[in-house]
Write a new protein. Structure first.
Length: 173
């Protein structure tokens, strides 16, 4: 009777080949948010993110480097009206209940699940911004102190995050 079971040597060689092939595989890109460093700049205007207050944003793509945004208005505008079609692996903003408004670091949350406060008196890098929170209770408390309307991502319209103003419409400049 012959046996179809591989010999111990053949089994060892087969396992070695499998592990070698697995080691040569290209690692999957991380879909996790990246930390802001002193070198992190906004993908739209080149501003250094660490130099400005307010929540930031980032889009991590299925391929390539992420895009960072110095303001949530920019992030949401791009998510609502993308200029190019790239596969998005994740979109993130910061939980402002967990980080300092003047120098926000880390505390990334899913931008599409975040709770937004639109129209508050709090300023971000570009002036009026969308404050972002992981919990609706934190957003409501912020709105009670700073004004504004509490909204879910789906409730934000492109008109609320219009990027065609900025410096051009700032008469103080």
């Amino acid at each position: 009777m012959s046996s179809f079971a591989p010999s111990p040597l053949r089994r060892a060689l087969l396992l070695a080949a499998v592990f070698t092939a697995a080691g040569c595989a290209k690692p999957e890109p991380s879909t996790q948010p990246r930390a802001i460093t002193r070198e992190t700049v906004c993908s739209l205007d080149g501003m250094t993110l660490a130099d400005y207050p307010g929540p930031k944003g980032q889009i991590v793509y299925a391929q390539g480097e992420p895009d960072f945004f110095c303001d949530t208005v920019e992030l949401v505008a791009i998510l609502l009206r993308p200029e190019q079609v790239r596969a998005i692996a994740g979109a993130y903003t910061q939980d402002m209940a967990a980080t300092d408004w003047t120098q926000p670091l880390d505390h990334w949350i899913d931008a599409r699940r975040a709770i937004y406060v639109v129209g508050s008196d709090a300023k971000g890098s570009m002036g009026p911004t969308l404050a972002t929170f992981a919990r609706v209770e934190d957003a409501q408390a912020f709105a009670a102190r700073h004004g504004g309307q509490v909204l879910h991502f789906e409730q934000i319209t492109p008109a609320m995050v219009n990027l065609d103003g900025g410096v051009l419409k700032d008469e103080r400049m």
